[in-house]
Structure formats: C-alpha cells, structure tokens
Design a protein around this ligand. Structure first.
Ligand SMILES: [Zn+2]
Ligand SMILES: [Zn+2]
Length: 356
C-alpha cells in the first residue's frame, strides 16, 4: 500500500557516501506523547525524487493529536511534520525542474499516481494516498527525500517560516472553493485556531461583507479583528450574542458536537455549512433541521490544485501569515516546542521550528 515509504526504506541498501556530512538529525514520535532524537544516515534521492534541507517546520494541532493517540492514521515510530519549507539539496535522476538552492514548500500529499482520482488531479481522494508526516516519514528531520512533483517554488518575499503555512492555507482555500460565495453575504467562522484565523481572511478576500469569528480565547479573537473579522464572540464570556438563522455561510474550524450544532442554528434557510474541523469521533447532528432548513453540508480536506494560488495570495498580501506565528524554536529544541504547544494552548497559536 505504502509505495513511498517502501522506496525510502529500500534506500538503506543504496551505496551512500561516508562521513558526518551524510548524517542527519531526526526527531521521531515513539509512543504516547513521547519524542526521541537520533542521528541517522541520509537517504539518497531516487529517480524522480529530491532531497530537501528542511529549514522551517510548522507545528500543527494534528501533530499533537497523533502524539496523544487521538488520531488513528499514524503509527509510531515516525518522524511527524507536514508543514514544511526549505532548500533543494540534491536531485535524483530524471529530475530536471529543480536545482540546488531552489526555495520550496512541500505538498505532503502523495497519491498512487495511476488511479482515476489521481489522473483527474484529485490525489487527496485516492484510496491509496497518504501524507508525509502522517503515514509517511515527515519533516521532523534535517533532510527529507520527497517526490519532485510535490514541490512549489517560493518567491523571495515569502519567508520559510511563512511558507510552512501554505500547507494549512491550501486546505482552507480548498474549503472556500467548495462554497458558493456571493458578494455581500454574512459568514461565521467557529474556531479561533490558525485555520479559523486564515478562514477569516479568505472570506473577506472572497467578498463576504460581515465575518464573525467565534472562539474562546480573547487574545486570538483580538488577532481575528486585526486580520479582518468584523465581529468576534467569546463563547466563554457571552452566551447568545448571535441570533439564529442570520448567516449565509458557517465554517466549522473547531470540529466538535457543540460547534457544529451552533453552526446549524446560526445558518439561514438555504445556508451552507463547511465542515473543516475533525471531531475525531462520531457525533450527533440534527439532520431534521438540516433537511427542513435546506442546508448544504460540505466536507473538505486537501486541495492539490490550489497550491499556486495560495502562494500568490501570500506573496500579494491577500492573506497574512506572520501575525498568526506566535513562537519560534530551534530544531534541536523541537521537543520543547511540542511541550509548549501542548501545555500552553492559549498562548501558542502557530509555533514554527527553524533549522538554520
Ligand atoms: Zn497541519
Ligand atoms: Zn491514486
């Protein structure tokens, strides 16, 4: 099933150069909330592959869920890390479009490349697909070998730290593309994490007149206002600050039973609910209301086609990533970054681990 992983493990048999320059430091998730670092031999990029010197890594809520066993799609030991940017270090045979020193971000999704979904450009719907840092070895290492077709070139105006967020943003933009948005509509974003803050900006860029951000943490809601939200609602402070049946669009970026219930209540008849947050377990949804209000429910994950537009939006300033980044750590302190993210969820919005 796992073609890419197999290729990487096969590389242990390839002749490699000796010496410390061919070693790399790696952080692996080894079990419940456990991380171990070690030094291993760098893999040779095979045909059609490229070795990337990983310079920036975004720490994602998904990483924390995997480490605590709340996600069933990953098995330890595994280096995690799917929000990645760096330099092209070495290229395998047959790779002509990349050269040493190219600044890139990495699309972590790998499809089989041969099924109908892959051929149609929908590798995220490929039943044999997997992701770097989820099913395949991720970027919690100094060097990572990836397929050459999973890279996007970065303009100089986008820093490596910012570029890690192209991954998160591309998922969000894929969700926006699924909605039928009309100028002048009203929308609500539920969830004040990085994706909620990105969705606020994308909705405004898409022409929504009034965006309300609903969350639970005052500092993040304040940031939401700076990034374009017209109104914020702190669920910890106020109960019924929004009236039912007032919204054309709701984006659920929280992913729990209460948030989805709230979204259904807030939508006007004929409204659209984008389901983006992952509940992690089956939840109860009031389908009777969905039917009677004629709501459209949309699920959304990755969107392989939108990467170039995400990079364009970042470069042009249509979406801002920098204000969402709250802490920086060094690669050798990746364990401390994870610990901080786990223990200080109010303070840590987006943590970036830099290796340079
Ligand atoms: Zn992520
Ligand atoms: Zn496929």
């Amino acid at each position: 099933m796992n073609i890419f992983y197999k290729r990487i493990s096969d590389m242990g048999h390839y002749p490699t150069r000796r010496g410390s320059e061919m070693q790399k430091k790696i952080w692996e998730w080894t079990g419940y909330n456990a991380l171990e670092s070690s030094v291993i031999t760098r893999e040779e990029p095979g045909p059609g592959q490229v070795e990337i010197r990983i310079l920036s890594i975004g720490i994602c809520g998904t990483d924390l869920h995997i480490m605590s066993g709340h996600a069933d799609f990953s098995t330890p030991p595994l280096p995690l890390g799917h929000e990645l940017a760096g330099f092209v270090e070495r290229v395998g045979t047959g790779v002509t479009q990349w050269q040493l020193g190219d600044r890139v971000c990495i699309d972590p999704l790998i499809g089989c490349g041969t099924c109908q979904e892959c051929l149609a450009g929908n590798k995220h719907r490929c039943i044999r697909s997997g992701e770097i840092g989820l099913q395949f070895p991720g970027g919690w290492q100094e060097f990572l070998v990836v397929p050459s077709t999973n890279l996007y070139k970065l303009p100089d105006s986008i820093s490596f730290a910012e570029a890690t967020q192209a991954e998160t943003l591309h998922c969000c933009l894929g969700g926006i593309d699924k909605l039928a948005i009309r100028l002048g509509q009203h929308a609500v974003v539920i969830g004040d994490g990085p994706t909620g803050l990105y969705y606020v900006q994308l909705l405004k860029a898409a022409g929504v007149s009034k965006v309300t951000l609903i969350g639970m943490r005052e500092s993040r809601l304040e940031l939401g206002l700076k990034l374009g939200a017209d109104v914020t609602v702190n669920l910890r402070a106020s109960e019924a600050a929004l009236s039912e049946e007032t919204q054309d669009i709701v984006i659920d970026a929280a992913g729990n039973e209460a948030s989805i219930k709230l979204g259904i209540e807030l939508l006007k008849r004929g409204g659209q609910l984008l389901l983006f947050g992952l509940p992690g377990k089956p939840i109860l949804v009031d389908i009777q209301t969905v039917v009677l209000k004629e709501l459209t429910l949309l699920g959304s994950t990755n969107a392989p086609q939108v990467w170039p537009r995400v990079i364009e939006m970042m470069a042009s300033g249509s979406v801002q990533v920098d204000p969402v980044i709250t802490q920086y750590y060094k690669f050798e302190d990746l364990d401390k970054a994870i610990e901080f993210a786990r223990n200080e969820p109010d303070e840590a919005i987006k943590i970036i681990v830099n290796n340079k």
